[in-house]
Ligand binder design. Structure first.
Ligand code: PGA
Length: 258
């Protein structure tokens, strides 16, 4: 049984005061839901609000994640934040290789690979994003892109380490567009990704690996997506910025029995 994981990626939204308000509201809505043994609930605020959000959710069933990190622990790297610093701020997760980082900030499979290794070194669970663009899907390249991203992003990462990571399949064309992949489209990609990992790491590790879906997840489509056999959770952008919608997503996901 793979534990469901629902993560909220707040992107570049929320001042400190707004972040505290959102975290408090979610804690109130979700406190009696399920313990961390049954579901992982993760908030990924901007760096500026990590400490304050951590103070709100400490000792609750909600965990904290960063949205990116650099692979060195410290040094003259202006503007960067390290895994060591995320850990220090209370994070146990970190999103790596989000398509917005790949598209706008020069992230590559090689940098993703270095970041995954550094995250694992610091005991952070990397949430590693992979996914195809619309042009790639239309050219029937979806599987090739996923294969290339998975092979290169996870280079030199062993089976034990893979179990400490989470994959997020995020079709770029579904992010922030309101266009969700249909449950069948998402399941097809998740199944393909799991098979890739079977080839890379063997059945046992691949069957235990959690693969979450991301791209216009909302309360209305959560249950159907999570019910798919290879979809183990959701990475939520827009709908994670609101107490009602994110708590509804978590509640609906926790009700899905597989
Ligand atoms: P969205 O974003 O839910 O707003 O589509 C998802 C993501 O970028 O992780």
């Amino acid at each position: 049984m793979r534990k469901t994981i629902i993560a909220g990626n707040w992107k570049m939204y929320k001042t400190i005061v707004e972040a505290i308000e959102l975290a408090n509201g979610l804690k109130r809505e979700l406190f009696d839901l399920a313990g961390p043994d049954e579901i992982d609930i993760v908030l990924c605020p901007p760096f500026t609000a990590l400490t304050e959000v951590f103070e709100v959710i400490i000792n609750s069933n909600i965990g904290l994640g960063g949205q990116d990190m650099y692979w060195q622990d410290e040094g003259a790297f202006t503007g960067e934040v390290s895994g060591k610093m995320l850990k220090d701020a209370g994070c146990s997760f970190v999103i790596i290789g989000h398509s917005e980082r790949r598209q706008f900030f020069g992230e590559t499979n090689e940098t993703v690979n270095k970041k995954i290794k550094a995250a694992l070194k610091h005991g952070l669970t990397p949430i590693v994003c992979i996914g195809e663009t619309l042009a790639e899907r239309e050219k029937n390249m979806t599987f090739d892109v996923l294969k290339e991203q998975a092979h290169n992003s996870f280079k030199d990462i062993n089976a034990e380490e893979i179990l400490k990571t989470v994959i997020a399949y995020e079709p770029v064309w579904a992010i922030g567009t309101g266009k969700t992949a249909t449950p069948a489209q998402a399941q097809e990609a998740h199944e393909y990704i799991r098979d890739l990992f079977v080839k890379l790491y063997g059945e046992k590790a691949a069957r235990a690996l959690r693969i979450q879906y991301g791209g216009s997840v909302k309360p209305e489509n959560t249950a159907e997506l999570i019910s798919q056999p290879d979809i183990d959770g959701a990475l939520v952008g827009g709908a994670s910025l609101n107490i009602e919608s994110f708590s509804q997503i978590v509640k609906r996901a926790s009700e899905v029995k597989k």
